[in-house]
Design a binder for this molecule. Structure first.
Ligand code: NAD
Length: 330
C-alpha cells in the first residue's frame, strides 16, 4: 500500500511515516516545512510545498498514482498563537484543508484520515469523554479542528471520498527507535516545560492550579506518539471497518487514563535522578482543564490498544531531548 502524509515532516506525521514503513506501507510526504524538519523526510519520497497548492498535489498523484489513502496531519498547532492570530489559524487549518480535500477528490483519492484533537470536547464532570460527548472547543486552534471535522463530514456525505477523523489526546514520547521526535528544542506543552526545568535546574511552573480536578492542576490523557502512529497503520488497514459503513466517522485515540499535571511531575521525578520542584501560576491563554477518553471504540474497530504507559512516554521524550540537537541542524 502507498499513502500520502500531509505534514509528514512534523512530530506526529513523521512518526506515522516510520510506523507505516515498519509495517510495509510506503509513505509519500507533502510538507511545507513551516514547522516540520527536512531531516525527518530522509529516505522518504518528499514534496516540499503547501497542501493548498493544487498543481503540486496533482504532480504528487501523477508521480505516485498508486496512492490509496491520505493521512492529513498538516496544520498549525500552537494554542496561544491561535488566540493571538485567529485569522492565520483559520486560513492555515480550515481554508487550506478545504482546498486540499478538493485537490484529493480531483485526483481520485477516496480515503482520508484526519488528525483531529481531543481538545474539541466539552468534558463532563469527571473529565472523561467518548465520541458522543458534546463538542465545545475552547480555543481558535481547537475550533479549527472541529470546523474541519464538520466540513469533512459534509463533503464525504456526497463526494467520492470517505473521511475518518482520529481525535488524538496528548501525544508524548518519540519513535522508540529515535528516528524522529519533537522538532522543537523548547516545546510549550507540560512535559516539554518539565524537561526544560529539569535541564536548567529551575522549578517547573504548573500553569493553572484552580481547575476543578482532583488536585487543581489540568488533566490530560498522555498517549505515546508511537501508539498513535500504530493506530494509523491499523486505521489504514481497517479503513472500511473503522467507518462501519458510514461516509465519515470519528475515533478517539487516548489511553483511557486521566493524569493531572501534578501526577505527571510525580511520574517524571520517578524517572530522573534530580527531582524537579514545582510552583503554581495562572493558566495561559486558551488553556483548558482537559479531558481523557473513556471510549473503547479504537479497540473495537481498529483492534488497537496503547502499548506504552506514561513512564515510557517520559523516558522516550528524555532520550529524544538528549539526542535531538545532534540529529537536527540548528
Ligand atoms: N501535538 C499534539 O498535541 C496534537 C494533539 C492533537 C492533534 N494534533 C494534530 O496532529 C497533527 C500533527 O501535529 P504535530 O504535533 O505533528 O504538529 P507539527 O507542527 O509537528 O506538524 C505539522 C506539520 O504540518 C506541516 N504543515 C503545516 N501547514 C502546512 C501546509 N499548509 N502545507 C504543508 N505542510 C504544512 C508543518 O511543516 C509540520 O511539519 C496536526 O493536525 C495537529 O492539529 C496534534
Amino acid at each position: 500500500m502507498k499513502i500520502l502524509i500531509s505534514g509528514g515532516a512534523g512530530y506526529i506525521g513523521s512518526t506515522v511515516a516510520s510506523a507505516c514503513l515498519d509495517a510495509g506501507i510506503t509513505p509519500v510526504i507533502l510538507d511545507s516545512l513551516v514547522t516540520g524538519r527536512r531531516e525527518f523526510t530522509e529516505g522518504r519520497p518528499f514534496y516540499q510545498g503547501d497542501i493548498a497548492d493544487g498543481p503540486l498535489v496533482d504532480r504528487v498523484f501523477a508521480e505516485h498514482p498508486e496512492i490509496e489513502a491520505v493521512v492529513h496531519c498538516a496544520a498549525l498547532i500552537v494554542v496561544p498563537d491561535s488566540v493571538g492570530d485567529p485569522l492565520g489559524y483559520y486560513r492555515a487549518n480550515v481554508a487550506k484543508s478545504l482546498d486540499f480535500v478538493g485537490h484529493l477528490i480531483r485526483n481520485g483519492c477516496q480515503k482520508m484520515i484526519f488528525s483531529s484533537s481531543g481538545s474539541i470536547y466539552l468534558p463532563g464532570e469527571d473529565f472523561s469523554v467518548d465520541e458522543d460527548s458534546g463538542i465545545a472547543p475552547q480555543s481558535p486552534y481547537a475550533r479549527t479542528k472541529a470546523v474541519c471535522e464538520g466540513m469533512f463530514a459534509d463533503i464525504a456525505a456526497t463526494q467520492p471520498i470517505r473521511i475518518l477523523s482520529l481525535r488524538y489526546f496528548n501525544p508524548i514520547g518519540a519513535d522508540p527507535r529515535m528516528r524522529t521526535g519533537l522538532q522543537l528544542r523548547r516545546p510549550s506543552h507540560a512535559l516539554g516545560k518539565l524537561i526544560e526545568a529539569h535541564e536548567e535546574g529551575v522549578p517547573f511552573r504548573i500553569t493553572g492550579t484552580d481547575w476543578p480536578t482532583r488536585d487543581g492542576s489540568g488533566i490530560r490523557d498522555y498517549v505515546h506518539v508511537w501508539d498513535l502512529a500504530t493506530a494509523h497503520v491499523a486505521a489504514l488497514r481497517r479503513f472500511e471497518a473503522a467507518l462501519g459503513g458510514a461516509r465519515s466517522s470519528v475515533i478517539n485515540l487516548g489511553t483511557g487514563t486521566g493524569t493531572t499535571v501534578t501526577e505527571l511531575v510525580t511520574a517524571f521525578n520517578s524517572v530522573v535522578d534530580t527531582p524537579v520542584a514545582v510552583v503554581g501560576t495562572g493558566p495561559r491563554p486558551g488553556d483548558v482543564a482537559g479531558a481523557f477518553t473513556r471510549s473503547g471504540r479504537a479497540g473495537r474497530l481498529l483492534g488497537w490498544e496503547p502499548q506504552f504507559g506514561i513512564v515510557e512516554g517520559i523516558r522516550d521524550s528524555l532520550r529524544w531531548a538528549e539526542i535531538r540537537d545532534r540529529l537536527l541542524a540548528p
